[in-house]
Design a protein around this ligand. Structure first.
Ligand SMILES: NC(=O)c1ccc[n+]([C@@H]2O[C@H](COP(=O)([O-])OP(=O)(O)OC[C@H]3O[C@@H](n4cnc5c(N)ncnc54)[C@H](OP(=O)(O)O)[C@@H]3O)[C@@H](O)[C@H]2O)c1
Length: 304
């Protein structure tokens, strides 16, 4: 009798646009693979066979509904690979999520934190959790990146103004790295040999990140990328702009396990098209900051 081969189950956010859309094409093309993505809105174009479940990361209720729906659809099956790639970059920090938190912090960090907490128990032994972050979390790369961590201030900032959007973005990416390190340190993750990776695609042009900004701001950023960043890129490789195709390919490689960081490293960053394994920022490596963010995020999303 012909028995159906067990399927590799992959759950992903941020697969509908930009580099994630390129990654999911490669992931879905793997044999014996079942791919479930969380996406906003209806009628999203996805590769053949990919299942879409509604998810708006700007609402914690939607995150819970998504996690319930994934677990319901999987039945006894386990998640082999969980890819948390969605993200936004806004022009200021004035927008709020459905739960009243600053939008970039809520979407990029808090929603993914909750999703990881809800789905980790349903992951397969030897599974893989990939959280997209950015090298902009690091003050050594981006001077305005955070040098201290105040989760309550990030969640409910009292000051806004010029530069507050990019500051919120870099801080949310620090939160992704802290969450990845805390997840990797969990007894459950270690004993079940789940690999945790924080993936930075590097500066990637031609995606829709920042699409909500005004036309003037987008034009300014494009100008910066094609002039100042090009110049800086001659000395700092992190400023050399990559393509969504290569960044998506790298995310797929990292997610599918074709690339694994050296022992005791979880941060992978794409620099000039090559995957590298640098140290994250000093703050991202702080055990105290990791624990604090984990604790305060749990309280914000209403779990232990
Ligand atoms: N581009 C870069 O230079 C760069 C550098 C470092 C890190 N990154 C990170 O890489 C990831 C992908 O970026 P990208 O440049 O490919 O951006 P993108 O083209 O804007 O794609 C972002 C993805 O996130 C999804 N998303 C955003 N808000 C959501 C929400 N509330 N609920 C559900 N899904 C939501 C989008 O869904 P929709 O299709 O519904 O909009 C889309 O699939 C992001 O996390 C980004 O921060 C990008």
């Amino acid at each position: 009798m012909n028995q159906a081969k067990p399927q590799h189950v992959i759950v992903m956010t941020g697969a509908t646009a930009g580099l994630g859309a390129h990654a999911v094409q490669r992931i879905a093309a793997q044999p014996d693979t079942r791919v479930i993505i969380g996406a906003r809105g209806r009628g999203r174009t996805v590769p053949r066979g990919v299942e879409v479940i509604p998810l708006d990361l700007a609402s914690l209720a939607s995150v819970r509904e998504f996690a319930d729906a994934v677990m319901g659809q999987l039945g006894d099956a386990r998640i082999d690979i969980l890819v948390l790639n969605a993200g936004i970059q806004t022009s200021n920090n004035e927008r709020r999520s459905a739960d009243g938190y600053e939008l970039t912090f809520a979407v990029n960090h808090l929603a993914h934190y909750l999703l990881a907490r809800l789905l980790l128990p349903r992951m397969a032994d030897h599974g893989r959790l990939v959280i997209t972050t950015s090298e902009t979390h690091d003050p050594a790369v981006t001077p305005i990146a955070p040098k201290t961590l105040e989760p309550q201030v990030l969640a409910r900032p009292s000051r806004s103004g010029f530069g507050s959007g990019i500051r919120a973005y870099t801080a949310s990416r620090l939160c992704n790295l802290l969450t990845a390190q805390s997840s990797a340190a969990l007894d459950e993750v270690k004993s079940r040999q789940i690999t945790v990776i924080a993936f930075s695609p590097g500066l990637t042009g031609g995606t829709s990140l920042g699409r909500d900004s005004s036309r003037v701001r987008r034009a300014f950023v494009t100008f910066l990328m094609h002039t100042v960043f090009r110049l800086v890129g001659l000395f700092r490789p992190e400023y050399v702009m990559g393509t969504p195709e290569r960044s998506g390919e790298a995310l797929a490689e990292v997610s599918l396990g074709a690339i694994t960081p050296p022992p005791d490293r979880i941060y992978i960053t794409l620099v000039k098209g090559e995957l590298t394994f640098p140290d994250p920022s000093e703050l991202a490596r702080s055990r105290e900051a990791q624990d604090r963010l984990w604790r305060e995020s749990a309280a914000m999303v209403g779990i232990e």
